[in-house]
Design a protein around this ligand. Structure first.
Ligand code: PLP
Ligand code: COI
Length: 343
């Protein structure tokens, strides 16, 4: 192995073109054998379904170097399953779970030199993506697709790393009730672009979306699920009654870590915006966000400040963060099947 030399502490969350990617194409009703290629570009028809009717789904997971020098991924089976669910919802042919796992392994091995060193604060982000390449002009699913996985080394998603951020309550909606908010489709993120540009211009790091039906309940942010800590030190996790929150793998893992490693009570239920001021801590969780602390919510000028403040993570979120990342980086024993060794 001859590791790339990068300024790992300062690479940010950005695309760096790495050496190899995995590509498989779907045609005549079947996925081909798939291959590793150096070609980072895609040539397709002007009439490809993805360009017109947004038939595209993706995933995000990470490869880590552990303390003892192995390269591992975290619960990739759940990404494979979620991508199957996403594909089915958009009438795309699912990429088989075993082939997804094999493809992740091939791409990470082929780009092992790009895995940031243990302790650097950076990780290798893995981006599986699937889109319609076949021609469509009337509104219908295409009959040809491409599945691709590329990787890029990344640093923290939010500038400042573990420093608490300020988020705003958005007036835009991310996902319709019973729409596509519960799958990882690019169209959900297109919906959020104007809202995130607006939030950034106003000085906020992210948007908190409320349920689109009643505008009463907390759903999630543009790129992460939300967790709260209540006055008794228990975890409170917003649940959507219109099924419009993405089932975050990080959040599902945090719930287990909270219960099994930290002995916390976990309450997964609809959470009203009007009760948020009673909570002590708030965090955003996801593959990219890991667990990012929130110090304050701005609700149309009204500031909801958490007791944990703007300088550091609150104590419960810190424990969750240390335990989760300890499991991912291999210095805390993981539940069976969570950590998948590649090298
Ligand atoms: N919510 C949204 C909208 C996301 O884009 C992501 C990122 O994947 C998450 C939540 C977190 O999901 P996960 O923990 O599976 O990465
Ligand atoms: C991830 O966390 O993997 C995502 O896809 C979120 C995105 C905002 C980068």
């Amino acid at each position: 192995m001859s590791r790339k030399e990068m300024d790992w502490a300062n690479i940010g969350f950005a695309y760096h073109k790495t050496d190899k990617r995995y590509v498989s194409n779907f045609k005549d009703g079947a996925w081909d054998a798939g291959t590793i290629t150096e070609d980072a570009t895609i040539v397709m028809s002007e009439d490809a379904g993805v360009l017109h009717y947004a038939q595209e789904v993706f995933e995000g997971l990470k490869a880590y170097e552990t303390e003892d020098g192995h390269i591992v991924t975290f619960r990739p089976d759940l990404n494979a399953e979620r991508m199957v669910d996403s594909a089915k919802r958009l009438e795309m042919p699912p990429f088989p779970k075993d082939r997804f796992l094999d493809a992740v392994e091939q791409v990470v091995k082929a780009n092992a030199d790009w895995v940031p060193p243990y302790g650097s604060g950076a990780t290798l982000y893995i981006r599986p993506v699937m889109f319609a390449t076949g021609n469509v002009i009337g509104v219908k699913p295409a009959d040809e697709y491409q599945f691709r996985i590329f990787v890029t080394p990344v640093g923290p998603y939010f500038k400042g790393g573990a420093k608490p951020i300020v988020v705003k309550i958005s007036d835009f909606d991310r996902a319709a009730p019973h729409g596509t908010g519960n799958i990882k489709a690019g169209l959900n993120y297109a919906m959020s672009l104007h809202a995130i540009v607006t939030a950034h211009e106003e000085g906020f790091a992210e948007n908190v979306y409320l349920d689109a039906q009643s505008r009463t309940y907390i759903e999630e942010t543009g790129g992460a699920n939300i967790i709260f800590v209540d006055a008794d030190g228990n975890l409170v996790v917003p649940k959507s009654f219109t099924d419009s929150i993405l089932p975050s793998i990080t959040r599902r893992s945090i719930v287990e870590v909270a219960q099994k490693y930290l002995g916390l009570k976990v309450d997964q239920r609809p959470v009203k915006l009007s009760e948020v001021h009673e909570f002590k801590e708030m965090g955003l969780c996801g593959t990219a966000a890991v667990i990012s602390p929130v110090g304050m919510i701005n609700d149309h000028g009204k500031e909801i400040a958490f007791a944990s403040g703007m300088e550091q993570m609150g104590p419960v979120i810190q424990k969750l963060y240390d335990t989760l990342t300890g499991i991912q980086m291999g210095h805390i024993e993981a539940p069976a099947g969570w950590v998948h060794q590649i090298l």
